[in-house]
Design a protein around this ligand. Structure first.
Ligand code: NAD
Ligand code: ZN
Length: 393
C-alpha cells in the first residue's frame, strides 16, 4: 500500500506526542499505539514522513505490548469505523473492547461519564490500559475526561473522525463535559499519547459538519498564517468535495498552527487565547439562542465576521481584508449574517458572564491583518453592540 501521510509533533516536554495524518491510516492505529507504548523509534513515523515508502503488513509478535484498549465512540461512528479500528488494534495484539454513547452534544454530561466509568470497572480496566476516543469532538472531550479522571488517569489516544476534531478538539489536551451552568465547565487538561487522523473518514461526514471544521480552519489562517489563508481561497472547491489529498494537507497545516500555539502556552495563560478569535460573540450566540440551532462553527463564523467589522471600525484592518475573510467563510457555506435580528442586550449580558471575561472586561481577539491578531480588552459596549447589530440587515 502506498502511504500518503505526514506527522506533526506537539512539543510539551515529556508529554509531547505525534499527530499522524493521512488517508486510510485508521488501519494502522494498532501499530501506531504499539510504537508509542514501546517508546521505540516508530517505523510508522519514518514511513509516514516518506510518502513513497511501501508499508508491509508484517507484524512483530515478539515485541507486542499486551495491553488492553477500550474504544469509546458514538453510535454513528461505531457503525462506520468501529470495526475497522478494533481490527487494527487486535491485529497489533491488543485485547479490545468497545463502549458506545449516543451521538450528539447531550452525551457530554456527568450521567454519561458515570456510565462509561461503570463499563471500565466491569472490564477491570487498569491504569496501563488505553482509552481510544474514536469520533468527533463530543467523543474526544468525553473520553478524554473519562481518561483523565478514571483511577486518576489512564492512557488515551485521540482518533478524530470529524474535521473539527482533526483540526481543533483532538489537539491540545482540553477535555471536559457540560454542566447546566455552562458548556465545557467541568474538565481537565490531559494530553493524549497520540492523535491519528484518517482523512478518508471525512468522506462520510455530513456537509454541515464539514463546515464546522472549516470555520476553525479559517480561524487558524486568519490569526496565524496568511499563506494558508490564500491556499484555502485557491482550494475551496477541492476542500468542499472533499478531496482526500487536499484534506490531508489542510489538516496538517491546521495542526501545525494549533500545535505551535499549544506548545507555547498549554494552559492558556495568554497566547492560547488567540484561538478564541470569533468565539467571544460566537459562543454567546450558541448559548443564548439555542432555538436558532447554530452549530458551533456557524456561530464562530458569525463571530469572526463581527470581529472583522470591529477591527475595521477601529482602523486595525482595511475593509477589503474583512471582506476577504467573510468571502472565504461564505465560500465554505458558512454564515456571515443572521437571518433574523439579534437581541444585543441579552447577548451583551451573557458575554460578561462568559469565562473569556478577565477582571470584568470582555476580551476580544481581533485581526491586525490576515495572518496576525492581537488581544483587545478596551472595547466599549457600544462597539460590541454595533458589531452584533451589523450581523443583521
Ligand atoms: N477540546 C477542545 O479543545 C475542543 C475544541 C473545539 C470544540 N470542542 C468540542 O467539540 C464538540 C463538537 O465536536 P464535533 O463538531 O466533532 O461534533 P460531534 O462529535 O457531535 O460530531 C458531529 C456529528 O458527526 C458524526 N460523525 C463523526 N464522525 C463522522 C464521520 N466520519 N462520518 C459521519 N458522521 C460522523 C457524529 O456522530 C455526530 O453526529 C463540542 O462539544 C465542542 O465543545 C472541543
Ligand atoms: Zn471552536
Amino acid at each position: 500500500m502506498n502511504f500518503d501521510g505526514t506527522v506533526v509533533g506537539v512539543e510539551l516536554g515529556e508529554r509531547s506526542y505525534p499527530i499522524y495524518i493521512g488517508a486510510g491510516i485508521l488501519e494502522r492505529l494498532g501499530e501506531a499505539l504499539q510504537c508509542r507504548m514501546q517508546n521505540a523509534e516508530c517505523r510508522m513515523q519514518k514511513e509516514i514522513q516518506n510518502p513513497k515508502s511501501k508499508i508491509q503488513n508484517e507484524s512483530h509478535p515478539s515485541t507486542l505490548t499486551t495491553g488492553r484498549t477500550v474504544v469509546v465512540t458514538d453510535e454513528n461512528v461505531e457503525k462506520l469505523y468501529g470495526e475497522r479500528a478494533e481490527e487494527s488494534l487486535r491485529a497489533a495484539g491488543f485485547e479490545s473492547h468497545r463502549v458506545s454513547v449516543a451521538a450528539g452534544e447531550a452525551s457530554k454530561r456527568m450521567e454519561v461519564v458515570e456510565r462509561v466509568y461503570e463499563r471500565l470497572f466491569d472490564l477491570a480496566v487498569a491504569r496501563s490500559d488505553t482509552i481510544v476516543a474514536l469520533g468527533g469532538g463530543v467523543v474526544g472531550d468525553l473520553a478524554g475526561f473519562v481518561a483523565a479522571t478514571f483511577k486518576r488517569g489512564v492512557h488515551y489516544v485521540q482518533v478524530p473522525t470529524t474535521l473539527l476534531a482533526m483540526v481543533d478538539s483532538s489537539i491540545g489536551g482540553k477535555t471536559g463535559i457540560n454542566h447546566p451552568q455552562g458548556k465545557n465547565m467541568i474538565g481537565a487538561f490531559y494530553q493524549p499519547g497520540l492523535v491519528l487522523a484518517d482523512t478518508a473518514t471525512l468522506a462520510t461526514l455530513p456537509r454541515r459538519e464539514l463546515g464546522c471544521g472549516l470555520a476553525e480552519t479559517v480561524k487558524h489562517a486568519v490569526i496565524r498564517d496568511a499563506a494558508f489563508f490564500a491556499w484555502l481561497e485557491a482550494n475551496a472547491a477541492a476542500i468542499l468535495r472533499p478531496e482526500a489529498g487536499v484534506m490531508t494537507e489542510l489538516v496538517e497545516r491546521n495542526c501545525r498552527i494549533k500545535a505551535a500555539v499549544v506548545s507555547a502556552d498549554e494552559r492558556e495563560s495568554k497566547l492560547r487565547g488567540i484561538l478564541n478569535f470569533g468565539h467571544t460573540i460566537g459562543h454567546t450566540l450558541e448559548t443564548v439562542l439555542p432555538e436558532r440551532d447554530y452549530h458551533h462553527g456557524e456561530a464562530v463564523s458569525l463571530g469572526m465576521a463581527a470581529a472583522g467589522r470591529i477591527a475595521v471600525r477601529r482602523g486595525m484592518i482595511g475593509e477589503s481584508d474583512a471582506e476577504r475573510i467573510a468571502r472565504l467563510l461564505r465560500a465554505f457555506g458558512l454564515p456571515t449574517a443572521a437571518r433574523e435580528p439579534l437581541p444585543a442586550d441579552k447577548l451583551l449580558t451573557a458575554m460578561k458572564q462568559d469565562k473569556k471575561v478577565r477582571a470584568g472586561r470582555v476580551q476580544f481577539v481581533l485581526p491586525t491583518r490576515i495572518g496576525d491578531c492581537t488581544f483587545v480588552e478596551d472595547l466599549s459596549e457600544g462597539e460590541i453592540r454595533a458589531a452584533i447589530e451589523s450581523l443583521y440587515g
